[in-house]
Design a protein around this ligand. Structure first.
Ligand SMILES: [Fe+2]
Length: 402
């Protein structure tokens, strides 16, 4: 990126950082059992929540017994199972109508990132009744607090239960609309790992590497703080020690609980310190080719780290030391390469391919690179600024036939 564009990006990032420093990023109050939903609702005098739940979880014994308990306590509720992956504007507007028609007074989101993100989008709309989703593109457009929001993740990856972010897809152009505001942080998060005990291994792998990328991108970015670095490093270590065990045996409750915790910690880190080009490129590819977010993330992560090159040797060397990948007397470059090799090896063991293997059409490369650049520049506080041409080179390298 040329000097003047770089100066402009860094100036915008500095302003956002200073502005963000004045905002309050709450941490959700944590609970550990699905059944705690009842307690939280009663404690907050809520009697008519909209429960947005993934279709799979809605059929589980645990969910049915939660519903029975709510019936017993004479708590009204409306259950919605319409959200699947990549929630669209239409899905969110339908949820809003349901919330209003049934005069709901709280949100309970039980599911993966899509369920929680769609519920956040809906919560935003019901607290700003005269606004459309696109209206929130402007800075400072989120004025009002959302209704009571309880998030219960059933995957270990997005960290949406503690982040200020939501991603909703505009079905008209496949554009992934990413919105971030501290008012979108759920009030309560329930980390109940037993809900993840029958998660398919394919979901465990892609959500796990997504959590890893959240922690790594937050750690490498220039908006890092002592708080975000600490959370990010702890998340990376937990992922190193538990993701493969969880992937190989979802009934391993220790590994499962640790991965849920890692996803939460990574969420705390990246919602304050942002992500980087791994995410902007993954959004572009995932939206165009309808590939899972974590799948694109897993493939892109090593390529983007290699593109940052010597700019991140120092920080990657600290990750290497924290993970004890190689001996402490190695150079920063050797330690950085050890981290990248570890990620490649992890991907391999998780069944994530080493490239997109020709998925990206040549004629789409420029458009995807522009899309990724538009999302990230000038906003994301990346360790090394890359222009559209440099992002296109990453796409070309990551698309080679494996
Ligand atoms: Fe992500």
């Amino acid at each position: 990126m040329n000097v003047f564009s770089g100066m402009y990006c860094r100036a915008v990032q500095k302003i956002i950082f200073l502005f963000q420093s004045s905002l309050v990023f709450r941490e959700p109050e944590l609970y550990s059992n699905l059944e705690d939903i009842e307690t939280i609702l009663i404690k907050n005098n809520k009697i008519n929540p909209l429960i947005v739940v993934s279709n799979t979880v809605s059929k589980s014994k645990r969910f049915k017994s939660l519903i029975k308990a709510l019936d017993k306590m004479k708590i009204n509720y409306v259950v919605d199972t319409s959200v699947s992956h990549d929630p669209t504007f239409k899905v969110v507007y339908n949820l809003k109508q349901k919330y209003i028609d049934n005069m709901c007074d709280a949100f309970v989101a039980i599911g993966g990132g899509s369920v929680i993100d769609a519920s956040k989008g809906c919560a935003l709309l019901v607290s700003h009744l005269d606004k459309k989703i696109e209206d929130f593109r402007k800075l400072l457009s989120v004025k009002n607090e959302m209704p009571l929001f309880i998030a219960c993740p059933t995957t270990a990856g997005t960290g949406s239960e503690c982040t200020a972010a939501t991603v909703i897809t505009n079905e008209e152009n496949n554009d992934k609309f990413a919105l971030s505001d501290p008012k979108l942080i759920p009030h309560y998060a329930i980390l109940d790992d037993s809900l993840l005990d029958s998660l398919p291994s394919t979901i465990i792998s892609v959500t796990g590497v997504d959590a890893l990328s959240h922690a790594i991108e937050a750690y490498l970015g220039i908006d890092e703080t002592e708080f975000t670095n600490e959370k990010a490093l702890d998340a990376i270590k937990l992922i190193k020690e538990n993701l493969l065990d969880f992937y190989n045996d979802p009934s391993n409750d220790n590994a499962r609980g640790n991965m849920l915790r890692a996803s939460y910690l990574a969420g705390l880190a990246f919602t304050r310190a942002y992500v980087g080009y791994v995410h902007s490129l993954a959004h572009a590819i995932g939206g165009t080719y309808h590939k899972a977010h974590g799948y694109c993330i897993g493939i892109l992560l090593p390529y983007v780290l290699e593109a940052y090159n010597s700019k991140i040797y120092k920080k990657l060397s600290k990750i290497s030391d924290y993970l004890e990948l190689v001996s402490l007397d190695k150079s920063d470059k050797e330690k950085a390469n050890a981290v990248i090799s570890w990620i490649k090896e992890l991907n391999n063991k998780l069944g994530i391919p080493s490239s997109f293997d020709g998925l990206i059409k040549d004629e789409e490369l420029n458009k995807l690179a522009r899309h990724a650049s538009k999302e990230a520049n000038p906003f994301y506080p990346v360790p090394k600024l890359l222009n559209t041409k440099e992002l296109k080179n990453i796409l070309i390298k990551s698309n080679k036939n494996s």
